[in-house]
Write a protein that binds this ligand. Structure first.
Ligand SMILES: [Zn+2]
Length: 475
């Protein structure tokens, strides 16, 4: 089986792509179709797609080279302006392309926060200057300076082209402010993206409130601090949507079973709510903090209860790895399963990475002092493919959650991702049969520390084409 992928020079980055991808497994969630096929790109456009049958399809399956629409990340932190030592727009977009992403939504919690139209323009100019063809969508702060005191200039920001509003890193804590933000953003046709956390319950919290935190002497981050915020946000949404039908609430990086259940009920009631989960909350659990390195689904017993990592002798790494400090924290295996089940029954609309790079000074410190965040935009695909390989997640659903799902959350801002003849090529080619090792040599992010460092993941990305132009190619 060949995918016709040739090694290109770095100078080719950004150039219009010509490629013949023959005998690959094509996955197109928009049309619901997948199977063996040939896809030819000429001067950046999809010239032809031929679905193969009979003898031409022999030996081609979904375990080899896969061609899918380019991924969209709803949630990434690029750190520019203000913390270019951790990540720049250029390094972040390079990491995105290596991860198969062709569209990235940048969160506004930079220094200073992105809360004015002029700053949106400055970020767009920096992205343009970097030369990456990966699309950067900006999420603007919902409140001025992310201070949670008064709304930012949402109308001005909408005119500048932002795709939503969020104080991510923090919730919109004051109820009347969230109410006004939802209404105003709804009138502008844009979603409010909330980071659900009741700050009154998480002061000083270091790790998921459970046995692991107790054993390690870390202060607990209660599940209820998230799920109660989710419930409050949904109640406010239900009020606002009666007056402003265009209102949309997106809840990001949900991590607990109770949160997922709240969203499931809200969707059943017809409320305009969407949500995402991260790869790390699907696949990693709090037992990694004591040194386990098994995937979340291997940490459950047949009855769906969390196994005991000590009794299982599952501990293989040093405890207190600060690469694992993240907000919300890694939860129990039961919560991870609930997030996966939400993904399977469409309660969860998208997988978003919450790519959150930090430099060594902020991360290589005592566990509780480490800045929360995992720079996971390059490992998202591999982690999801581990769940696919385990038989827990259909490949097509994993791809859908990285393409059609996030595009639906963004609404009119995003073009529908798909493999379409005549359209600009926007796609990723990866080889499920080839594993790659996560380390400083393979990663493009400037972020320090990765909890998967040294580990191999399936699905090596061979080629990423964004808007018809070369964004990444394996060498
Ligand atoms: Zn957040």
């Amino acid at each position: 089986m060949t995918a016709g992928v040739r090694v290109g020079a770095a100078a080719d980055l950004g150039r219009a792509v010509d490629r013949e991808l023959r005998g690959a497994w094509l996955v197109d969630p928009a049309s619901g179709r997948e199977g063996p096929g040939d896809l030819v790109i000429r001067e950046g456009r999809v010239e032809s797609i031929a679905w193969l049958e009979g003898p031409h399809a022999a030996g081609i399956d979904d375990r080899g080279v896969v061609v899918a629409p380019g991924f969209t990340d709803l949630h990434a932190h690029l750190r520019e302006p203000g913390n270019e030592a951790a990540e720049t727009i250029a390094s972040g977009l390079a990491a995105a392309a290596h991860g198969g992403f062709t569209t990235v939504c940048a969160m506004p919690n930079t220094t200073p926060p992105i809360d004015r139209a002029a700053m949106v323009a400055a970020v767009a100019a920096a992205a343009m200057a970097g030369g990456s063809p990966v699309r950067l969508f900006q999420v603007a702060a919902a409140t001025a300076g992310r201070a949670g005191e008064q709304l930012a200039e949402l109308g001005e920001l909408a005119s500048a082209g932002v795709v939503g509003f969020s104080d991510d890193g923090s919730p919109i804590q004051r109820a009347e402010l969230l109410r006004n933000a939802l209404a105003y953003a709804g009138m502008l046709g844009l979603p409010i993206i909330d980071h659900p956390e009741d700050l009154a319950q998480t002061t000083g919290a270091e790790a998921h409130d459970g046995l692991v935190a107790t054993v390690l002497g870390l202060r607990g981050w209660a599940s209820a601090a998230e799920s109660s915020a989710v419930a409050r946000d949904i109640e406010i949404l239900a009020e606002v949507v009666r007056d402003v039908p265009g209102t949309r609430l997106h809840l990001t990086h949900l991590s607990t079973g109770a949160s997922i259940e709240h969203v499931r009920a809200a969707k059943a009631a017809g409320l305009p709510v969407t949500c995402d989960v991260t790869p790390h909350h699907l696949a990693l659990t709090d037992e990694w903090l004591v040194g386990s390195r098994r995937w979340a689904w291997l940490a459950l017993d047949d009855g769906g209860n969390a196994r005991d990592p000590w009794r299982d002798r599952a501990l293989e790494a040093d405890p207190y790895d600060t690469a694992l400090r993240v907000n919300p924290p890694l939860r129990s295996a039961v919560d991870a399963r609930a997030c996966l089940e939400g993904l399977l029954d469409d309660t969860v609309d998208a997988v978003a990475t919450d790519h959150a790079p930090h430099n060594q000074v902020d991360k290589d410190v005592e566990f509780g002092a480490a800045r929360p965040g995992i720079a996971g935009i390059e490992t998202a695909l591999g982690v999801l493919l581990e769940a696919v390989d385990a038989g827990l997640l259909p490949l097509s659903r994993a791809i859908e959650a990285l393409t059609v799902g996030p595009a639906r959350v963004l609404g009119k801002a995003a073009e529908a991702p798909g493999l379409v003849e005549g359209a600009e090529a926007d796609l990723v080619v990866f080889d499920r049969g080839t594993r790659w090792t996560v380390d400083g040599g393979s990663l493009r992010t400037s972020g320090w520390g990765n909890p998967l460092s040294g580990r191999s993941l399936p699905g090596s990305v061979l080629l990423t084409v964004a808007g018809g132009r070369l964004a990444f190619e394996a060498r």
